[in-house]
Design a protein around this ligand. Structure first.
Ligand code: SF4
Length: 164
């Protein structure tokens, strides 16, 4: 029987992967069901940006770009190259759900989008979260908020278990 698969932003399980070397650990309100496979990813570290690194943000140009905040280095191509390799090495046929760090330009579901002058003009989906949405049609996406309320957590787990 195929296990359900959930992806988590690495900083949420306690890995020190954030730009400043910190983490954003959030303890789940209950144990993970044994039938669920959980694995973590940090796109920004895995694409080779290191810890610590300059923070990045999403910038609206002719398309949405991933850029460092101060030096304005465009890291979009680097991200896309990593993503293509990651996808090819991916060991599962499907991801049923993901718990993603909010506001991150990579992982976030509601991430600030800036114009070229540095003003927030909208909120959008981080580049990695966007890929997950496009690649896995029925994926259930949550932020770390799902860990903070046992009833929300249980509902999420029940929904995951119902997916074929
Ligand atoms: S939010 Fe995503 S990219 Fe940022 S540190 Fe956490 S896992 Fe890495």
């Amino acid at each position: 029987m195929t296990k359900q698969v959930i992806l988590i932003s690495a900083c949420l399980i306690g890995r020190h992967t954030r730009y400043d070397g910190s983490r954003k650990y959030v303890k789940p309100p209950a144990s993970w069901p044994e039938a669920i496979t959980v694995f973590s990813v940090c796109p920004e570290v895995e694409m080779g940006l290191g810890i610590p690194r300059e923070p990045m943000r999403l910038v609206s140009r002719s398309s949405i770009q991933l850029e460092t905040c101060t030096t304005k280095i465009n890291q979009t191509k680097k991200f896309e190259t990593w993503l293509s390799c990651w996808e090819n090495r991916f060991p599962y046929s499907r991801i049923h759900g993901a718990i993603l760090k909010e506001k991150s330009p990579s992982c976030g579901l509601q991430t600030p989008l800036y114009d070229a002058k540095g003003k927030i003009i909208a909120y959008t989906t981080g580049l990695f979260a966007l890929f997950l949405q496009k690649q896995f049609a029925e994926i259930l996406l949550q932020t770390e908020e799902v860990f903070k309320d046992i009833s929300v957590w249980q509902k999420f787990i029940d929904q995951i278990n119902k997916l074929a």
